[in-house]
Design a protein. Structure first.
Length: 278
């Protein structure tokens, strides 16, 4: 996630607004946010949207995922020009998907309030990190493989310390680029469900996330799981400034934006642990 700057909410556009839920394999992209001379998820969606609805389309994502990070449930607001014709959203979604590469897929497309903004209105993001405990010939682009024997229960106990309001400066890349490094974490867990085929899943739900925060939290939890760090030492990372998490930033391959929440909506049921395997 890139540095969190929250500008004031702009006035609502005069054209139709749609809400899209999107999944993507971030492996070939330089992150979500559109960039000049770089392949990005937002840029690819915009190019297809312009072809479908004409000029003046804007696409805003709820989470600005980093290079190589994936999404199971990214939410985007699609702001169309006043002259754009949407028609049946289901048909528009099919035609939009036909214009997109195979590693980006629009899961749902519905009409939204004219004032809806995917990022500004979001109150919760949920990220999932997948850790493999065995070598795999198929899932490597979507997991981080560790050779360490992991104490999953110890990792879970440490993860629960993340809940609440904390300063995550030690877990953040370029903290000076953020308005604040305070984050409210709703809950965090580490599990190894029987149906996950040996995967360890780290899930964190929070108001927002800082740049590289989740990947550095996971790196420290792996230290706890391997027995190289105690729960008390992990707790001190939340109150002391230290460069240690930066040294153990795990790669983006295992990280997924799982879902985004809005006022009045409950947290959705988590996707199957093996997604995106099927």
């Amino acid at each position: 996630m890139i540095p969190n700057r929250t500008p004031s909410k702009t006035s609502a556009p005069s054209g139709p607004v749609l809400r899209a839920t999107i999944e993507y394999d971030g492996g070939r992209y330089r992150g979500w946010q559109a960039q000049i001379n770089a392949r990005t998820v937002q840029g690819t969606l915009l190019a297809a949207a312009h072809e479908l609805w004409g000029p003046g389309v804007r696409v805003h994502g709820a989470g600005r995922t980093d290079a190589g990070v994936h999404a199971l449930g990214q939410v985007a607001s699609i702001h169309l020009s006043p002259r754009a014709r949407v028609g049946d959203p289901a048909d528009a979604m099919r035609r939009w998907n036909d214009l997109l590469p195979a590693d980006i897929n629009v899961l749902s497309l519905v009409a939204a309030s004219p004032s809806f903004h995917a990022r500004h209105d979001a109150v919760r993001r949920v990220y999932r990190y997948r850790i493999a405990r065995r070598r795999t010939g198929f899932g490597k682009p979507f997991v981080y493989w560790t050779k360490d024997a992991l104490d999953v229960a110890a990792m879970g106990h440490a993860a629960r310390l993340l809940a609440g309001r904390h300063d995550f400066r030690s877990f953040c890349e370029n903290p000076e680029g953020h308005e604040s490094t305070i984050v409210v974490v709703d809950h965090a867990s580490v599990t190894a469900p029987p149906e996950a085929d040996g995967l360890v899943l780290v899930r964190i739900s929070a108001s927002h996330f800082l740049w590289k925060m989740v990947r550095r939290v996971v790196g420290m939890l792996l230290e706890v799981g391997a027995g190289r760090m105690t729960e008390a030492q992990f707790a001190r990372l939340l109150v002391e400034r230290t460069p240690e998490p930066a040294r153990l930033t795990v790669p983006p391959s295992g990280l997924f934006l799982e879902s985004v929440g809005y006022p009045g909506e409950g947290e959705p049921v988590p996707p199957h642990p093996l997604r995106p395997a099927f």
